[in-house]
Design a protein around this ligand. Structure first.
Ligand code: HPA
Length: 277
């Protein structure tokens, strides 16, 4: 295990070195863009775009037509480093590949992160199209990116997750949303591996656990970020009501349609919150 983690670190270091050589700015904020939000990266100015496949040892996208790009440049006055396309556990990536991007960002000197995703609403007060600021999470993925020898360069063996979702960011984001007249919810995000959606019985259980939204990403990245001492803001787009909440089937089409409908609102919020980070 020691070898594995040391090799992983060496791999991340060489990816970060390659990226560093291709930029002449210091990115301050990392962005992980979830379903439907990828084209926010197209708004980045003076952008250096690096395809994942061109970054040595960076995981590569397995889905055709989903190139995957790291985009570094200016967005609303801040120097950001955006992952356009993320690696999901359900695609068959290892948990260290899922968190590879976050750790690469850390080595690039980034200590602030915005993570976005799409999820099903488990809270009956939510509606598809709502945005939810993540206040906490439940890791129901059955794994953890920190398993194995601890990489001390990032953080401690037993990192605290009490403040994994930065309180100040949550507070300021709520203020901004109010100011620009975007309605937002707050709540707990529960991550499952997917790719099957949850069953109604599982959703009933997760609601009792305290879940407000359920999805298939984000939690591994947030754990890796918190381990590395990064401040995180997580924003979810509720694309559908979770299984069994409504008497109807869940479809990927509904997920895509809702994220498309909400995209402009979502992008304005993300751009605006950069100002308080
Ligand atoms: N469950 C899990 N992941 C999701 C969902 C859901 O209902 N909607 C979008 N991503």
């Amino acid at each position: 295990m020691q070898n594995f983690m040391q090799e992983l670190l060496a791999r991340i270091k060489s990816s970060a070195e390659y990226i560093q050589k291709r930029i002449n700015v210091q990115p301050e904020i990392g962005l992980i863009l979830g379903s439907g939000l990828g084209d926010l990266a197209d708004e980045i100015e003076d952008a250096v775009r690096l395809k994942y496949e061109d970054i040595p040892l960076f995981p590569v996208s397995r889905v055709e037509g989903h190139a995957g790009c790291l985009v570094i440049g200016k967005l609303n006055g801040k120097i950001v480093c955006a992952m356009q396309g993320r690696f999901h556990y359900y695609e068959g990536y290892s948990i260290s590949e899922v968190t590879y991007g976050v750790r690469t960002m850390k080595l690039l000197g980034i200590n602030k992160l915005i993570i976005t995703n799409a999820a099903g609403g488990a809270n009956k007060k939510f509606k598809p199209g709502d945005l939810m600021i993540i206040t906490d999470h439940i890791n129901n993925m059955g794994t953890n990116p920190l398993i194995g020898d601890n990489l001390d360069i990032f953080g401690p063996r037993f990192p605290d997750l009490t403040f994994a979702y930065d309180r100040e960011y949550i507070k300021e984001t709520l203020k901004i949303a109010k100011k620009i007249d975007i309605k937002v919810q707050t709540g707990v995000y529960c991550a499952n591996t997917g790719p099957s959606y949850e069953t109604p019985a599982e959703i009933k259980m997760m609601r009792r656990w305290g879940a407000d939204a359920v999805g298939m990403s984000t939690v591994p990245e947030v754990i890796a970020a918190a381990h590395a001492g990064m401040r995180v803001l997580g924003i979810t787009c509720i694309t559908n009501m979770a299984s069994g909440i409504l008497d109807q089937e869940l479809t990927h089409t509904e997920v895509m349609e809702t994220s498309k409908r909400v995209k402009e609102k979502f992008k304005s919020l993300v751009k605006k919150v950069l100002e308080i980070m």
